[in-house]
Design a protein around this ligand. Structure first.
Ligand SMILES: Nc1ncnc2c1ncn2[C@@H]1O[C@H](COP(=O)(O)OP(=O)(O)OP(=O)(O)O)[C@@H](O)[C@H]1O
Length: 291
């Protein structure tokens, strides 16, 4: 059957130790029922951005489904940038931070229903030193945790707890100079988070004010681990003690590390040590089908 309605399914075969066969079966079934012409691309880890962009250019799909983790979602968003196409997310990574923020429960049935649904968000992205962040990026404590976890043998909750203890013992605060739209802040920092979204993949809400489609990102600046301020965040409260924690909504920010380099991560991928990070919002970067 010839169909003008095309769907591209991009699958990361190695993400999250998840068997993708059932995903193929369900998507083939759904597209068959609805009369879509389905193409499938399995990522290789080499030149995927260029290949997917080429496929989007020639195929002109109306939806691109992504079955993978945050890295693959970000890759597809970059490949689809500038095209009139809607991305649908099928969580199949190890952490799935973005899917958690989108409220996807992890059920394949729900993900497919949402991915083909009519509710669409024009999602912002944050450009950071030329890279794209859709979710949460940070300098300091959490980036060191991402590094330690990437390098560790153990996986799962126990491995995470062990790496957290190691990270807390290794971490040192850094002196940050933060230049935003109308303010310069100089502060001792445990962590500076550049947040487009609300929650880490663990489900912990770090940015209760986060809205992925409001044309702003938040800087969450914390000086130390503090039980009360952490409890406020978990409760969705944004009335923080400014001596310990600040959250500001901005469109641009420059973060400089004045006394030493800081660990840095983008959307769960460790990027090394930095002394300067420049971030700006990219409004309405990609259309995403949402719950
Ligand atoms: N066929 C492949 N072989 C090896 N690596 C691949 C392949 N396809 C993609 N990759 C790599 O997979 C990484 C992206 O993984 P992704 O983020 O989707 O999953 P994850 O790490 O399991 O999940 P999460 O980001 O949620 O923790 C990229 O580094 C990419 O280069």
């Amino acid at each position: 059957m010839f169909s003008e309605r095309k769907v591209l399914l991009v699958v990361n075969p190695i993400s999250g130790d998840v068997n993708k066969d059932v995903i193929f079966e369900r998507v083939i079934e759904k597209t068959g029922q609805d009369g879509y012409d389905l193409r499938i691309y399995s990522t290789t880890g080499e030149h995927d951005l260029e290949t997917i962009r080429e496929m989007v250019t020639t195929l002109k799909p109306e939806r691109i489904l992504v079955a993978g983790g945050d890295g693959t979602i970000s890759l597809v968003a970059q490949a689809a940038y500038g095209f009139d196409v809607t991305m649908g997310i099928i969580p199949a990574g190890s952490a799935n931070g973005l899917s958690v923020d989108f409220g996807l429960s992890g059920s394949l049935e729900q993900a497919i229903e949402v991915a083909f649904g009519e509710k669409i968000m024009h999602m912002d992205a944050v450009s950071i030193n030329g890279d794209i962040s859709l979710h949460l990026s940070d300098l300091g404590l959490n980036a060191l945790l991402v590094k330690n976890y990437e390098n560790s043998e153990t996986r799962g909750k126990l491995g995470y707890a062990r790496e957290m203890l190691k990270t807390l013992s290794e971490h040192e605060n850094f002196l940050a100079k933060i230049t935003v739209d109308n303010e310069v802040i100089e502060t001792d920092a445990l962590i500076v988070i550049i947040a487009n979204a609300q929650k880490y993949g663990t489900g912990v809400t770090i940015n209760p004010a986060g809205d992925m489609a409001d044309g702003f990102f938040e800087l969450v600046i914390a000086k130390k681990l503090d039980f009360i301020e952490t409890a406020k965040i978990l409760a969705g409260n944004t009335d923080f003690n400014p001596e310990i924690m600040r959250v500001i909504s901005v469109k641009n920010a420059v973060i400089e590390c004045l006394d030493k380099e800081a660990h840095f991560q983008i959307d769960g991928e460790y990027k090394g040590m930095v002394t300067k990070v420049e971030a700006h919002i990219l409004e309405k970067y990609i259309k995403v089908a949402v719950l």
